[in-house]
Design a protein around this ligand. Structure first.
Ligand SMILES: [Zn+2]
Length: 153
């Protein structure tokens, strides 16, 4: 069917919205991100729409710490540039210190979102969009998953 070939979401919308990279329809996380943060990192074991496993091998999400670190550095650079343009830095006053404090608060506030976003981004590098996801099943990764080893990372 022709109208099944086109993804409803763009790659960026999929990654930012934490949707399954394979079908771009199902949600990766069980709950939406709220201020309460209860269980906000709990992922669906598999995509509720196409069945794509979210953790495709043992310790798969170990790599996301590097992604979230990179994102935090990128955000800090962006906030430094914005601060420099809007407020400026000077050796004569404490504006640099204020930026440090502002940036620290920014990173803490955005941390939950960064953690989810980096998992979404990480998974999207390994699982590609499949236009035929309705008729074709996800790649079998069961031999790469060992429940007993799941928490040894
Ligand atoms: Zn899916």
């Amino acid at each position: 069917m022709e109208n099944n070939k086109k993804a409803r979401r763009s790659y960026l919308g999929t990654v930012l919205g934490c949707y399954c990279p394979r079908c771009r329809e199902g949600k990766l996380f069980e709950k939406p991100l709220t201020l309460k943060l209860s269980g906000f990192m709990k992922m669906n074991k598999a995509c509720p729409v196409c069945g794509q496993p979210t953790e495709i091998e043992v310790g798969f999400f170990y790599g996301t710490s590097y992604v979230s670190y990179m994102l935090a550095v990128a955000l800090s650079v962006a906030s430094a540039v914005a601060w420099w343009v809007l407020i400026g830095f000077s050796l004569q006053d404490n504006r640099f210190v204020y930026w440090i404090i502002f940036n620290a608060i920014l990173l803490v506030v955005l941390q939950p979102w960064l953690m989810r976003f980096s998992r979404s981004l990480w998974l999207s590098w390994f699982v590609k969009y499949d236009p035929n996801w309705r008729t074709r099943g996800p790649r079998d990764v069961s031999e790469r998953i060992n429940e007993d080893q799941g928490n040894n990372w």
